[in-house]
Design a protein around this ligand. Structure first.
Ligand SMILES: Cc1cc2nc3c(=O)[nH]c(=O)nc-3n(C[C@H](O)[C@H](O)[C@H](O)COP(=O)(O)O)c2cc1C
Length: 164
């Protein structure tokens, strides 16, 4: 079974999880970039509004061919209790029919479950089947903490089983 990890990360936390998963699960990995500038004064507010409204954005790569993959992880930071615009945009552009999906999100403190619920709704509508999901709080955590937490989640949720 071939596994792919797709993620977006602004500050690096979601990227650490994606890389740790990829290493332990021997999965391919693709970072989705948002081509809209999201740094500078006021950008957090604008990004939160964009996420809340589920505004589409320009992304790179602009779409993905998932034909080769049976199991796909989708990772996003939580913005305003929602997935980020880049991931919302990508989900609407891909064919998820027949794919097993594992969702994950990082958050400062709250809103992860709402993000996971919204992601599940969207991929299910497009034919994907969500088999597992998890969230991780990143506030005050070092990169090492996030790696350790991810390794614990891999064991606790028996993630290696899904790709076997
Ligand atoms: C625009 C924006 C909105 C955010 N909204 C939330 C939120 O609603 N709840 C929360 O707990 N954290 C929120 N955060 C914090 C991020 O979810 C958290 O820092 C996450 O781990 C960032 O992932 P990244 O480092 O991969 O970008 C927000 C951060 C940004 C930049």
């Amino acid at each position: 079974m071939k596994t792919l990890i797709i993620y977006y990360s602004e500050g690096g936390s979601t990227k650490i999880i994606a890389r740790t998963l990829s290493m332990h699960l021997k999965a391919d990995i693709i970072e989705i970039e948002d081509l809209k500038k999201r740094s500078g004064i006021g950008s957090k507010l604008v990004s939160s509004i964009n996420a809340f409204r589920e505004s589409k954005t320009e992304i790179n790569p602009s779409t993905l061919d998932l034909t080769d993959y049976d199991l796909i992880y989708i990772g996003t930071p939580t913005w305003a209790n929602n997935p980020v615009p880049a991931i919302i945009t990508l989900i609407d552009r891909c064919d998820w029919k027949g794919k097993d999906i594992i969702l994950f999100t990082t958050m400062g403190s709250t809103g992860g479950q709402a993000t996971l619920d919204r992601l599940e709704e969207k991929v299910t509508l497009r034919g994907g089947r969500v088999v597992q999901s998890f969230s991780l709080k990143t506030k005050d955590k070092t990169p090492e903490d996030i790696i350790n937490d991810t390794e614990t989640i891999i064991k606790m949720l028996d993630l290696k089983m899904y790709g076997a």
